[in-house]
Design a protein around this ligand. Structure first.
Ligand code: PLP
Length: 281
């Protein structure tokens, strides 16, 4: 039988697949539940390497169990060998040992695009990675990633943690300065998410060394939704695994998030008409 591009003619096409390296959130508001639902919305399959199990409500993190780094590496290796994997999405890493295990494993798949969401804390304020973990993430994963997706608080924390930060009292206050320092550290592409800023639009900026910055605008939605960082990074990884370039994958990811915000707004309106209250997701 003649082979069509990508498989045997008439046979069902394999969906692209993303390996998610991240933590679980029992509330479903963030972490792997968000990653998998986002990938499914893009018709992309998920393989998993669970780094930590967390017990959370939408307001607090009650318990965290960190999986052994060797088990994280074993999950990654078996997933990558079972493959084919088109991209990797990294979320919560918890410890320096886990960062090291993940970085070491990725060395054997040097061409695989990696989207790194630098998860530092839950919105409720609980740290989800140690300080040593942040330092190693900067040294080993930042230069390996095809894209790093910090929000404004995260980019300050990352830049402040770089070796040789001149004056910790004022370091990281200026996101442009922080971005320049991260790019100088070997970061290939930074998407600075403006969700924590103010104004009618949420403006994200894609910065790459030697390339004109690209701006992505979306209307700022009232209210907040948990797990938006997980969703955007997974959506971008889905795009990369499907063969899109970085700007196209980001634009599609932003459009997906806008649609989810609109849907959440409609649901809360419906619930308020029916007198029920819904938790802010
Ligand atoms: N919990 C886990 C397991 C996560 O991976 C993340 C973010 O990626 C969070 C919590 C933080 O999400 P949020 O800011 O919505 O609390």
């Amino acid at each position: 039988m003649a082979e069509a591009a990508g498989g045997v003619a008439g046979a069902p096409q394999l969906r692209p697949r993303v390996l998610v390296v991240a933590g679980t959130d029992s509330s479903g508001g963030a972490g792997i539940a968000r990653d998998v639902e986002t990938l499914a919305a893009f018709r992309v399959s998920a393989s998993l390497a669970v780094t930590a199990v967390t017990a959370q409500t939408h307001a607090e993190v009650r318990a965290v169990e960190i999986l052994k780094p060797a088990l994280v590496a074993a999950q990654m290796r078996t997933a990558l060998e079972a493959g084919p994997i088109g991209a990797v999405k990294i979320g919560m890493l918890a410890t320096a040992d886990t960062v090291a295990a993940v970085a070491e494993c990725l060395e054997d798949w040097p061409d695989l695009p990696v989207v790194l969401d630098p998860v530092i804390a839950s919105s409720s304020g609980r740290p989800l990675i140690s300080e040593e973990g942040i330092a190693l993430l900067l040294a080993r994963l930042l230069p390996r990633a095809a894209l790093v997706t910090p929000n404004l608080p995260e980019i300050s924390i990352l830049a402040d943690a770089l070796p040789g930060t001149p004056d910790p009292a004022r370091a990281g206050l200026d996101p442009d300065d922080a971005a320049a320092r991260l790019l100088a550290q070997g970061c290939r592409a930074l998407l600075i998410k403006g969700g924590h800023a103010e104004g009618r639009e949420a403006v994200d900026r894609l910065l790459r060394p030697g390339v004109k910055p690209l701006i992505f605008r979306a209307p700022r939605h009232a209210g907040s939704m948990r797990g938006t960082g997980c969703m955007l990074a997974s959506a971008i990884a889905a795009g990369l695994a499907s063969g899109q370039d970085l700007p196209m994958a980001i634009a599609a990811g932003k459009a997906y998030l806008s649609a989810r915000f609109a849907e959440a707004g409609e649901q809360s309106l419906l619930h308020s008409f029916s007198g029920q209250s819904v938790p802010a997701l």
